[in-house]
Design a protein around this ligand. Structure first.
Ligand code: SF4
Length: 189
């Protein structure tokens, strides 16, 4: 966690919050890369495959703020998102950030959970912990035999929650829809 930019009330400034979020993302990316490197024949994720890019995705406040900043810094990405909003290349079947070629227009700042997609995920269910994975990956190996090759979604959500709360308390509880409208950005340039 970045501590040097603490504010008087114990929260951290936006730049520090974004750095903390980027650090969390780097850890998820590294874990995913590690799993993929150990199982190159089991991971079929590639640009253009968007099976996991489902609609109605929501993000926490700090993720939304970082994505808004990304659009400010990358007008080309904002233009691509506006094109998506206008043309709806995948109708209502896919995420609003997915372009006509199956690429994510906010890929460098995509949400935390998007980074875990494709890896075996351990999720808490009312019936107990459950292992899940994209049906295109790990098709001929039992996930239970890979105790080190999984991402704990609950753990990840806790870290994400805390990262957001350190920035602005309360903003991790209010989910934001991952659309231009949800982010409060005009659909017209
Ligand atoms: S934000 Fe990007 S990676 Fe995540 S679901 Fe949407 S298009 Fe896919």
């Amino acid at each position: 966690m970045v501590e040097g930019s603490a504010t008087g009330d114990g929260t951290v400034a936006a730049a520090a919050a974004f750095a903390n979020l980027a650090a969390l993302h780097a850890k998820v990316d590294a874990k995913f890369a590690d799993i993929a490197a150990r199982h190159p024949d089991q991971v079929n994720c590639r640009r253009g495959c968007h099976s996991c890019c489902l609609p109605n995705l929501t993000v926490v406040g700090v993720e939304a703020a970082r994505i808004r900043q990304y659009f400010v810094d990358h007008p080309d990405a904002l233009a691509a998102a506006r094109t998506n909003a206008r043309d709806k290349p995948h109708g209502a079947t896919r995420c609003a950030m997915l372009d006509v070629d199956g690429g994510c227009v906010i890929y460098p700042v995509r949400p935390t959970l998007c980074r875990a997609h494709g890896a075996p995920a351990l999720v808490s269910k009312p019936s107990g912990p459950q292992l899940d994975v994209c049906p295109l990956n790990f098709t001929n190996i039992k996930l239970e035999t890979l105790p080190d090759d999984r991402i704990g979604v609950d753990h990840l959500n806790t870290l994400l929650f805390l990262t957001g709360e350190l920035w602005q308390p309360g903003t991790s509880r209010k989910r934001v829809r991952l659309t231009l409208r949800g982010l409060g950005i005009s659909m017209r340039g």
